[in-house]
Design a protein around this ligand. Sequence first.
Ligand code: SF4
Ligand code: SF4
Length: 167
Amino acid sequence: MKIENKALREAYNLLEKATPLGSADCGSVCSAVCCGDTLGDSMELFPYEKDMFESLDGFTVTDGETPLVKCNGSCARCERPLACRIYPLFPLIVEEDGKEKIRVIYDPRATAACPLVKQKARLDRRFTRAVRRAGKYLLRDEKSAEHLRKTSEFLKELIELEMKLGI
Ligand code: SF4
Ligand code: SF4
């Protein structure tokens, strides 16, 4: 898969092999629920991914403010989009001392489906580190940084709402 944008390419490479539980396959405990109608139905595409997935067999891209891609429930590992590579985490942008930093969090959108999130499981450090480093690379690219900022704001609001509702 050819990835023109450097930041996205670095993010893909970092998350090529890193997985939530390291050498253990977390999909074997939940029958890979996130590849069904949870994530596989509507993965958010990061900037530069739309063109890549429009031309890939097994994927359908939906246009919109944030393009989405739908898969058919299985894929070649090297072809999975970034949303799948970082799931169930997200590299949230936070402001600290006037600077933007990456804080890796469980993606609140994954809470309902992913048992690792429900159990607040301790994930493989290499995976968490890879998500953080991927976030840092994305921050160096204007379009990707903007996407991260927008999604981070949305996730912060979601987390706040969940706290208010006691979820
Ligand atoms: S839902 Fe969570 S535990 Fe299951 S395969 Fe996806 S990331 Fe792994
Ligand atoms: S693209 Fe691959 S990893 Fe992502 S949801 Fe579909 S089957 Fe799962």
